[in-house]
Design a protein around this ligand. Structure first.
Ligand SMILES: [Zn+2]
Length: 333
C-alpha cells in the first residue's frame, strides 16, 4: 500500500502539506535518548514457577511450533493475559515526568510477584529485567534505566507474564505529560492499527490479512511500519511460530485456525522504518531518530472471530488511546 509522502496534502484535511502538518519532522523528533544506568537486578520468590528456558541459561531448547489450544489451554492463556494486562496498567499508571524507566520496571516487577507470575523477559536470552521500556525513537527492547522521563516523551512498556506454564504478552505506549499533536497522532494511529490488525485475525483468513489491515491505517497517514520485527505465536512457548507480519507480506498465506494464539504488535514510525541496534545488544532505535510507537495484545482465534486475551476481568487494558478512531469491527471478546 502506498505511503502518503511529505509533499502530499496532509490526511487531516488542513490543506497543508504533510511535512508542514502532521508529518513535521521537528515535531516528530525529540532530543536523542541517551542510555542511563540499567535498573538493578531484582529477584523473584522461589515459590513462583519459572519458565523452562531459565534452566538452560535463558536459551529455549524445546519445540517452538505454532500454539493451538483447547478450552482448558485457552482458559490458562486468559489467566496469563489477565495478569499481564494488570501489570501493564499498574506500571502505566505511574508514567509521568521525572519518573525513571527503572522505577517503572520496579512497579511492574512488584505487580507480577504480587499476582504470582514470573516476568518472562527476566533471564530470557540474557535480558535482565521484568519489562522492556522504550522511549521516543527507541522502537523496542529498551532496557529500563536511570533516565527520567521528560514532559513530551512517549514511552512504550512491554510486559510478558508467565503463569502456570503459559505466557501472556502485551504492551502500550503512554504519553509523558503533554505531547505535541503530531506525536499524539502517531500514537493514535498505532493504537488503531493494532486493533484493526486484531480485527482481521479471523478464522480461515490468511496471516497477511493482519498486516494488510495495519498498513491500511498507517500508510494513508504517512507512517512507516517496522518489518524487522513482527508478532509471534505464544502460549506455553514465549516466542513461537508463526511470524505475524505487520505488512501484507505476499508469502504469509498460512490460514488462521480456531485455538491459535499469537501477538499482534505493530510498530509505526514517523520517518524511516529501518531500525539500528545499540551495542547493548537489545535497544532498537529508528535509523533517522524520529519517534516510533507500539501497542500489543495476545489474541486467540475463535470459531467465529478473535478474542483479546490480555485484558482484565472487566475487559479493560492499557491498549487504548484517547484520540484513536477505531472503525474496524470484530475486535474484542
Ligand atoms: Zn495534518
Amino acid at each position: 500500500m502506498k505511503r502518503l509522502r511529505a509533499n502530499d496534502p496532509c490526511w487531516c484535511a488542513s490543506g497543508e502539506k504533510l511535512k508542514r502538518c502532521h508529518g513535521d519532522r521537528s515535531a516528530l523528533q525529540r532530543p536523542p535518548v541517551r542510555r542511563g544506568v540499567p535498573a538493578a537486578l531484582r529477584s523473584v520468590p522461589e515459590s513462583i514457577a519459572r519458565p523452562p528456558y531459565l534452566a538452560t541459561g535463558g536459551h529455549p531448547t524445546g519445540p517452538s511450533g505454532r500454539q493451538v489450544f483447547d478450552a482448558a489451554g485457552l482458559e490458562a492463556m486468559r489467566h496469563a493475559g489477565r495478569v499481564a494486562a494488570q501489570v501493564l496498567l499498574d506500571a502505566g499508571a505511574e508514567v509521568r515526568p521525572g519518573v525513571t524507566t527503572a522505577e517503572l520496571n520496579d512497579i511492574a516487577h512488584d505487580s507480577y510477584v504480587r499476582q504470582g507470575a514470573y516476568p518472562s523477559t527476566l533471564g530470557y536470552r540474557g535480558f535482565a529485567h521484568a519489562s522492556c521500556i522504550s522511549v521516543n525513537e527507541v522502537a523496542c527492547h529498551g532496557i529500563p534505566d536511570s533516565r527520567p522521563l521528560a514532559d513530551g516523551d512517549i514511552v512504550n512498556i512491554d510486559i510478558t507474564a508467565f503463569v502456570d506454564g503459559y505466557h501472556g504478552d502485551t504492551s502500550a505506549t503512554f504519553a509523558v505529560g503533554t505531547i505535541n499533536p503530531a506525536a499524539d497522532a502517531l500514537v493514535a494511529a498505532t493504537c488503531e492499527a493494532t486493533l484493526a490488525g486484531i480485527a482481521a485475525a479471523q478464522p480461515g483468513r490468511t496471516i497477511n490479512e493482519i498486516g494488510r489491515a495495519v498498513e491500511a491505517v498507517a500508510r494513508p497517514r504517512g507512517y512507516g511500519v517496522v518489518t524487522m520485527y513482527g508478532g509471534h505465536g505464544i502460549g506455553t512457548v514465549f516466542h513461537a511460530a508463526p511470524h505475524i507480519h505487520h505488512t501484507a507480506h505476499p508469502s504469509a498465506t498460512a490460514k488462521l485456525v480456531p485455538g491459535m494464539t499469537f501477538t499482534v504488535e505493530p510498530m509505526l514510525t514517523a520517518g524511516r522504518e529501518d531500525l539500528v541496534s545499540w551495542d547493548d545488544g537489545w535497544t532498537e532505535v529508528t535509523i533517522d531518530g524520529l519517534i516510533s510507537a507500539q501497542f500489543e495484545h495476545t489474541v486467540a482465534v475463535t470459531a467465529d472471530g478473535v478474542e483479546i486475551l490480555t485484558v482484565t476481568d472487566d475487559g479493560t487494558s492499557a491498549v487504548t488511546w484517547p484520540n484513536a478512531v477505531v472503525t474496524a469491527a470484530g475486535a474484542g471478546r
